[in-house]
Ligand binder design. Sequence first.
Ligand code: HEM
Length: 278
Amino acid sequence: MSTEKIVHEEKAQLDFSASMSYSDYLSLDSILNAQHPRSPAHDELLFIVQHQTSELWMKLMLHELRAAIRCIADDELASAFKMLARVSRIMEQLVHAWDVLATMTPPEYSAMRPYLGSSSGFQSWQYRCIEFALGNKNAAMLKPHAHRPELLAEVEAAWRSPSLYDEALRLLARRGLDIPADHLERDWTRPYEVSEGVEQAWLVAYRDPKNHWDIYQLGEELTDLEDAFRLWRFRHVTTVERVIGFKRGTGGTGGVSYLRKMLDVVLFPEIWKLRTDL
Ligand code: HEM
């Protein structure tokens, strides 16, 4: 049967002069007209689409992360688990996305690099909100957004709020686990400090999962998330090395040297440490 006949027989709607179409609903006119290559290079469209799609996934990630943090604060763990699982899957999706960008060779990138000016993923405000929501607080990272007060306000709000891990520890305390007081109320803009007491609290759950099942599950959801985030960082730095080697980044850092240092960031330190001590 011809596809024309199938469409006719299935009675698909074909006239959208008076009703909402797919393109209307998804605002595709805005999205598909938002790619503006600045160079004559063929590969610049790949570069733009890869970044834009990453930003869209980050938008969803932030939406889920913020809601998961609220759910943990409200003791609604089942909902939080579902959202955190989604965040991990999005992160994995972004890990696989590097395969597409890795088809870009050094000469292809060099052809458009002069047109990128000083723009860099380093200035991604959504990425910084994600890092802050995951607890990697750093006041210096507010500065690139100072020229855009509305974006600065978003990043600042994430910087001032308790992170996912901070809320997880408050939940552990509400469940009767012994979390040190200075990890329950503190200046949330400060970087997280690893604590022996926090590790001991997690260990109570990990030594007796049956009696602390949802705390144990929370620990494993956080591990999944950080695991996926580490993979993303790793694929970023290896892709960058294969494309620009050890040249400086457009954002002004040493490039690979900076990104390698970021591989050492640990978001949920006690959850990793307890694996040795268990
Ligand atoms: C060939 C492609 C890419 C190259 C050569 C590249 C290079 C770099 C470099 C050198 C940095 C360090 C900051 C700087 O000095 O610029 C950086 C940071 C960053 N890039 Fe990329 N990048 C690429 C693709 C991407 C893509 C597709 C994304 C997705 C959104 C991305 C997101 C980021 C983020 C979020 C940072 C900040 C990381 C942090 O501060 O920990 N990059 N990139």
